[in-house]
Write a protein that binds this ligand. Structure first.
Ligand code: NAP
Length: 245
């Protein structure tokens, strides 16, 4: 038996276990299971590793994407640079860290990118924002963080004037505002200055159309949610776990 899983807390609404279980059935992949490990402390990962000898790899979600680094024997260059890991491969007892959110975000965004999408606003400054920022740096797309707390590296929401909005035609929501059950919330940006030149991407996938996306769509902007990113990051994890060294 090959065992895979997800660590995080809480895990009640996890997409990954359902996705992998359905994938294994649909693709007749046998002798493999994917389980949730809902752990209240990252230290409990030690017990899982001791007890589950057939564990070959696991995904990592909120709140452990940074804390898991202390358990890794080595990490990919992306993890080294970002300081966040969401996919671990176990090889001869060694834990090797990867970040598949980066690939998920980049691959899902690419089909929507147009020549006039020259600058981006990244709403929020957490773990998902770090993956988005990594991709923009790699692709040399200048971006500005927008945060509830203004700093040397982030604008405040109040700073978003007409000029800034017109010049930043990619708007990426990495905040949890609008995510079920908080479906009546949205990031406080001036939607009146969004137009059909903009592409608005919400990393949230439940609901499929958040208020942020509904308001952006009403202006004529193109929109996308985080569903495809989620599938791509899961498939990238599966590819990494099955890759021969
Ligand atoms: P996080 O670290 O908890 O939060 C992201 C950032 O959002 C925070 O750093 C904060 O930035 C801002 N924020 C939090 N609460 C807010 C509030 N009440 N009002 C305004 N801003 C707020 O979460 P994360 O891990 O980055 O994930 C963020 C979202 O992305 C989640 O909805 C998650 O489900 C989604 N996600 C989707 C995928 C996918 O594959 N589709 C992958 C990863 C994450 P400031 O303090 O700077 O304002």
């Amino acid at each position: 038996m090959k065992r895979y899983g997800l660590i995080g807390y809480p895990l009640s609404h996890s997409f990954s276990q359902r996705y992998f279980t359905e994938k294994f059935a649909k693709e007749s992949i046998e002798g493999v299971v994917y389980e949730n490990y809902s752990i209240a402390q990252i230290d409990q990962l030690k017990n899982i590793l001791e007890q589950q000898h057939d564990l070959c790899g696991f995904n990592v979600t909120i709140p452990y994407k940074k804390e898991v680094l202390a358990f890794l024997s080595s990490a990919s260059p992306v993890v080294e640079e970002m300081g966040a890991c969401n996919c671990v491969k176990i090889e001869n007892g060694r834990l090797v860290g990867h970040n598949t959110d980066v690939v998920g975000f980049e691959q899902s965004l690419l089909p929507y990118l147009k020549a006039h999408h020259q600058r981006a606003l990244v709403l929020g400054t957490g773990g998902a924002a770090a993956a988005v920022a990594y991709v923009f740096r790699q692709r040399e797309i200048p971006f500005q963080y927008v945060s509830r707390t203004k700093s040397a590296t982030s604008l405040a929401y109040d700073d978003l004037d007409e000029d800034l909005m017109r010049n930043h035609t990619l708007v990426i929501n990495t905040t949890p505002l609008g995510m079920s059950p908080l479906v009546d919330q949205y990031p406080p940006i001036p939607f009146q200055w969004i137009n059909e030149q903009h592409h608005c991407f919400d990393l949230i996938y439940n609901p499929a159309e958040t208020l942020f996306l509904q308001k952006a769509k009403a202006t004529g902007a193109s929109i996308q949610n985080g569903a495809e990113m989620l599938v791509i990051q899961a498939e990238e994890s599966w590819r990494i776990w099955n890759e021969r060294e």
